[in-house]
Design a protein. Sequence first.
Length: 258
Amino acid sequence: MEIKNLTFAYGRRPVLKELNLKFTPGKITSLLGSNGSGKTTLFQILSKGLKPKRGAVFYDKKNIHSIKPKEYAKQVAIVHQQNRVTGDMTVRQLVSFGRTPYMKMMSRYDNRDNEAIDNALEAMSLKELSSTPAVNLSGGQRQRVWIAMALAQETPWLLLDEPTTYLDIRYQYDILELIKKLNDQYDKTVVMILHDVNQAIDYSDEIVGLYQGKVLFQGEPEKVVTKEHMHTLFGVDLEVERYEDRPIVLHRRCLCEV
């Protein structure tokens, strides 16, 4: 997936400015940036929720906005930050929606569909909860359901918008370990927005820093997480030390006026 000369504005307020970016297949890439840096807008464009003013996103050398929704959904699965559960819909019923791109009018799930659903439930450790109403689950369990739904789509690419938001630290790492598993064992290319720099360091092959609608840096965490980059990205002093040959962010001191 490649982004070329991408420009987007809300009215007269520019958000993305001639942005160029290429995601590496087979890797986990995390997007970092302060509020207003363009992360969410970029995610919405990647998921075809917004259309750029200029430039384009290309998947397999095709402009994604020229790809039919069902065909795009067979290549790219998307998990948004906020999802709602209504009624008494069970975990399995929700996960089964991941097969929608493959369904024809009035058709039923066949053996291939059921196998994909079962595999997704197994991968996300949800098989024992498959008959449970999703409204009865914890926040961490629900997040696993949404990822399982995306996994049932059987796409090579997975986009995640802040997958650890609203979760306590135990479930944050639970979700991140599952994402790493999808990359390692299922060969999923993952692009996700994260806020925690240390989590991005631990679970990413590459980190992209967005600053004022442009790419400030892109590369391996060991190379791009520096005190200077963090200072520019977030506007705070972050002490960056090394632990087992990897950077770790220790503390911050706000530079802005109170």
